[in-house]
Design a protein around this ligand. Structure first.
Ligand SMILES: C[S@@+](CC[C@H](N)C(=O)[O-])C[C@H]1O[C@@H](n2cnc3c(N)ncnc32)[C@H](O)[C@@H]1O
Length: 312
């Protein structure tokens, strides 16, 4: 069994969530349950956690870890995008805080059969929820050249996206692409990392495919919209993102919700009637300390943003 995922910035998350004596916290990305466990250990017994993950194996691992907190924790298999419906189905209409720790967990990355990792050979899968229909291998077959290049360019920020697609098509003309090591070799033929970079040349292509397979950016937008309706007054929302695409979505959402009004800047009076719903508490995102990055190199690109619910 792979080691537990090491929870990122857990002291900072706990501090910023500013949890009082009772109520429900939503952990929208349960993973190995590390943040949930830390919250439950460090808060009053009146605090309960409602936790969601789209990966059923994450739920099973976390269930065991969280068994000492029976009665204080409810786990649900589902998508963060459906956060409001999932909460309501579980009798929760108001929460006192929410955490979204985005991306993949260490067990997902470290289990070769899940197909997320460049380091381990496995099937080219990348589905967080294995009941989803489309895997990364399917995308390579089903997408047009232009669609694939656009995904690799936009979700991977890969400047050589067209070259990557040509290399993929050349291989597919000879044999199907079915494994992670095969894809990483194909990409490394045409993308060269700079001499000082420790990043594998296929990292950006893998990121792009993972985001596309799991529709991560659209799900994040829906999740942010959904959670607003659950947060009670002064409840806080903490989001940890791992790449600039996610962080931009969170930053823009927080800024728009703090502003409320969406009228064009030249409009002398507000006609849209939009009211602020959030107050931003982290003008700049928090990042892990040097000690944390040394202890857990996977935390290096993490950014934590926090906002507080306001009702005007
Ligand atoms: C970084 S891990 C969370 C780790 C966790 N905070 C811990 O301390 O163990 C992210 C988890 O979120 C899940 N996830 C990502 N996007 C999701 C979504 N849209 N809906 C539900 N779960 C999601 C992944 O399956 C993964 O288990």
């Amino acid at each position: 069994m792979p080691a537990y995922h090491e929870s990122i910035m857990r002291d900072e998350v706990l501090h910023y969530l500013n949890i009082h004596k009772e109520g429900v916290i939503v952990d929208g990305t349960l993973g190995d349950g590390g943040h949930t466990e830390f919250i439950l250990k460090n808060t009053a017994p009146g605090i309960r956690v409602f936790a969601i993950d789209r990966d059923p194996s994450a739920i099973e691992r976390a269930r065991e870890r969280l068994s000492p907190f029976q009665g204080r924790v409810t786990l649900a298999h589902g998508n963060l995008a459906d956060i409001k419906d999932l909460a309501l189905q579980n009798g929760i209409s108001q929460i006192v805080g929410a955490l979204m720790d985005l991306g993949v967990s260490s067990p997902q990355l470290d289990t070769p059969q899940r197909g997320f990792s460049i380091q381990h050979d496995g099937p080219l899968d990348m589905r967080m929820d294995p009941s989803q229909k489309i895997s990364a291998a399917d995308l390579l077959i089903n997408l047009s050249d232009a669609e694939l290049a656009s995904i690799i360019k936009n979700f991977g920020e890969e400047r050589y996206s067209k070259r990557v697609v040509r290399s993929i098509r050349k291989e597919q003309a000879e044999r199907p692409i079915t494994t992670t090591s095969q894809l990483s070799r194909i990409v490394a033929r045409v993308v060269v990392s700079s001499r000082h970079s420790r990043i594998h040349p296929a990292t950006r292509t893998f990121q792009a495919l993972r985001i596309a397979v799991n529709d991560e950016l659209e799900q994040l937008k829906l999740a942010l919209q959904g959670v607003i309706g659950l947060l009670s007054s002064t409840a806080r929302l903490a989001v940890i993102s791992f790449h600039s695409l996610e962080d931009r979505i969170v930053k823009t959402f927080f800024r728009d919700e703090q502003k409320g009004c969406s009228c064009p800047p030249k409009m002398p009076l507000c006609v849209c009637g939009g009211k602020p719903t959030l107050k931003i508490l982290t003008r700049k995102p928090l990042t892990p300390s040097e000690e944390e990055v040394a202890r857990n190199p996977r935390s290096v690109s993490a950014k934590l943003r926090v906002a507080e619910r306001v009702y005007v």
